[in-house]
Design a protein around this ligand. Structure first.
Ligand SMILES: Cc1cc2nc3c(=O)[nH]c(=O)nc-3n(C[C@H](O)[C@H](O)[C@H](O)COP(=O)(O)O)c2cc1C
Length: 332
């Protein structure tokens, strides 16, 4: 499926307990380093002891048709157990990424996934088409971008708009498409179903949860963009439930999930795998521990040994539950 020119040169993932196939791609580990938290795949390689090979895949920063400078400051703000960000998709544009960044990446170490963004349907298509003609292994569609033709509402908040983006991108690439679902919507199951029917090979669950912070001294929003995306441990319980809900739909179609949102430990990663994720994303945690990948890999491997499991895939969706989640269920 992946049309990469360097496939021939790659060793296939050895049959280690952490190795798995994801959309036909060999992942050496279930860990995926998340978009916006690792630059364009080169950023952490300058840190002593860090290796891209510790991750099954790395998702590059969100990329648009033309270069973008991003939002006015402040762009990030630490919150209890998390952080708000509104970077504004700062990136050098797809031509630069394909011509100058991809040739510098070592594709023998890990799989590289593009993160496609757009303000219009046409822009999503243009960026996807450009990556289709590159060595990138897969294409993640970030449907959380604002649709300027619809007054700036996020494509990903509406199943119909989400499906339109996926279907249009599907027409211009044969590489695996991973659609990144937003938690900021009414029915994530319906959105997942529509994206699968539109041709998505996999789903990433979840993107950030929208939030804000106010500086009481000035009575102004802290974030230049007023609102930002909340990430980190604060969103983990939300993300876990969304993965569980999406898995109810995705498993019927054999579509794998990259579970993400607040993962900082091996135990967190295991929870997502048990809930139904085939791979697990790590983003915000990298900011305070760039070596966290190894710690999580070691913790998952130890769990497999303790529980007599030969491979991490044996854990996927093994949640023991007597009932499906009810949307109307209340907490109190
Ligand atoms: C600073 C920052 C920038 C991000 N940029 C992007 C982006 O360009 N595209 C995207 O799809 N997600 C982006 N995200 C969302 C992450 O990829 C991830 O889905 C989210 O942060 C949840 O995972 P975490 O809690 O492990 O960070 C960004 C997150 C952060 C913190």
């Amino acid at each position: 499926m992946a049309g990469s020119q360097v496939d021939q040169a790659r060793p296939s993932a050895a049959a280690t307990p952490l190795a798995l196939k994801f959309c036909g791609l060999d992942f050496a580990s279930p860990i995926v380093l998340l978009s916006g938290c690792v630059g364009f795949g080169e950023e952490y390689t300058r840190i002593e002891g860090f290796s891209n090979a510790d991750a099954g895949a790395i998702v590059l920063k969100g990329t648009t048709g033309k270069a973008r400078l991003g939002n006015a400051p402040h762009r990030v703000y630490e919150t209890p157990a998390g952080m708000l960000n509104a970077i504004g998709l700062q990136n050098p544009g797809v031509d630069y990424v394909v011509e100058h960044i991809l040739p510098e990446l070592d594709f023998s170490e890990t799989r590289f996934i593009a993160n496609v963004c757009g303000s219009t349907l046409e822009e999503y298509v243009e960026v996807t088409r450009r990556f289709d003609q590159s060595p990138i292994d897969a294409i993640e569609i970030n449907i959380s971008c604002p649709n300027i033709k619809e007054g700036g509402v996020a494509f990903g908040n509406y199943p119909e708009m989400s499906a339109q983006v996926v279907a249009a991108c599907r027409r211009v690439t044969r590489k695996p498409i991973i659609t990144k679902l937003s938690p900021n919507q009414t029915d994530i199951r319906e959105n997942a179903r529509r994206c699968i029917e539109a041709g998505s090979d996999a789903l990433a669950v979840i993107n950030t949860v929208m939030g804000m912070a106010i500086d009481v001294a000035t009575r102004r929003p802290v974030i230049g963009n007023v609102q930002g995306g909340l990430s980190g441990p604060a969103i983990k319980p939300i993300a876990l439930l969304k993965v569980h809900q999406v898995y109810e739909v995705a498993r019927q179609h054999g579509v794998p999930i990259i579970g993400q949102g607040g993962i900082t430990t091996a135990a967190d990663a295991l929870e997502f795998l048990i809930a139904g994720a085939s791979a697990v994303g790590v983003g915000t945690a990298l900011f305070y521990d760039p070596m966290i990948c190894r710690t999580i890999n070691d913790g998952i491997a130890a769990y497999l040994t303790t529980h007599g499991l030969k491979n991490v895939t044996q854990l996927i969706g093994t949640l023991v539950t007597t009932r499906e989640t009810q949307d109307c269920a209340v907490s109190g």
